[in-house]
Design a protein around this ligand. Sequence first.
Ligand code: F6P
Length: 332
Amino acid sequence: MQNGITLNQFLIDEQRRLGGTDSDLPALVNDIVVACKIISNGVSQGALAGVLGGLGTENVQGEAQKKLDVISNDVMIEAGKRGGYVASMASEEMDEILPATPQGKYLLLFDPLDGSSNIDVNISVGTIFSILRCPEGVANPATADFMQPGTKQVCAGYALYGPSTMFVITTGHGVNGFTLDRNIGEFVLTHPNMTIPEDTREFAINASNTRFWEAPVKRYIDECLAGKEGARKADFNMRWVASMVAEVHRILTRGGIFMYPIDSKTKEKGGRLRLMYEANPMSFIVEQAGGASSTGRQRILEVQPTGTHQRIAVILGSKNEVERVVSYHKEG
Ligand code: F6P
C-alpha cells in the first residue's frame, strides 16, 4: 500500500539531498503538520464534538465564521508560535497580522479551513499555508514585509480533510502527497512527485455566475459545452465542489482546469479568491507539478501583492488548457 516514508523523514532527506542546512523549515512544517492532524480530528468528529455550525460572527472578508474556522485558526496560530521559527503570521480569519517570535526566520500565511461552507454538509475541506522568508534584518515585520510575490514562497502546501486526510507540499522541488495513517499517527508518502497532465477534458467553475463572466471565459466554457460538435471537437466533463483544496487535489491527481475568474460581480473587489492564502500557495503547488496558473492576464506568482487580504482571479491546472484561456484573454 505505501512505502513507509513519513513526512518528517521525507523533509529531512530532501534537505540533505539538496545540501540545505536550515533545519528551521522542516521543523516549522512539522509544527504545521501537527496542527493539521488536530484540525483533521475536529473535522472528522463533526457533530459528535459539537464543532459544526456558525458563530454568528463575520471574518474580515465579510464571510460568516463557522466554529471550526475559529478553532482551526487558533490551532494554526499555536503551530506558528510553537517553535520560534515564525516572526509573524497572517490568516484569512484575522483582520491584522499577528506577531509571533521576533527574529523568527519566516512569515506564515494560512487559510485555516478553506471551503468551510461545506463543513456542515460533510464535504471535503482543507487547510492551506504559504511560507515566506522574513526580510533580512527585520525583527518585527510589518504588513509591508508580507508584500512579496508568490515566486518568493519557500514552501506551500495544504491538508485535505476528505475520505482520507492528505498533506500535499512543495518546497520548490516538485510536489509530494502524504496520507495520514491514523494507526501510527503519521503522514506517509503515498503520492510521490505529483504531476498534472498537460491536457484535460474536465473543467471546474461556478456556472451560476455565467451571466457575470467576461467574454474570454464565456468563450472557453461555451466551447467546452459544445463538445464533439463544437470547436474543440471533444466532450468535456464538469465538476464543482466549492472547496478549492478538493478541486486542486483532483487536478493534481487526474488533471483538469479550475477557474474562479474575475467577473462583473467581483470586479470591484479584484476577484473572489484570496491571493495570499489561496491563489499563491495553490499556484506554487500547481506550477511545481507541471501545471500553469494565471489571472487570465498575468502569471499569479508574479502578482505584486498590495494587501494581505487581496482578492484575485484564478485560472489554474492543466497547462495547455490554462494557456488556451490566457490566449483568449489576449485576443480580447
Ligand atoms: O474561498 C473559499 C471557497 O470556499 C473556495 O474554497 C471555493 O473554491 C470557493 O470559495 C467557492 O465559491 P462559491 O461558493 O462561489 O462556489
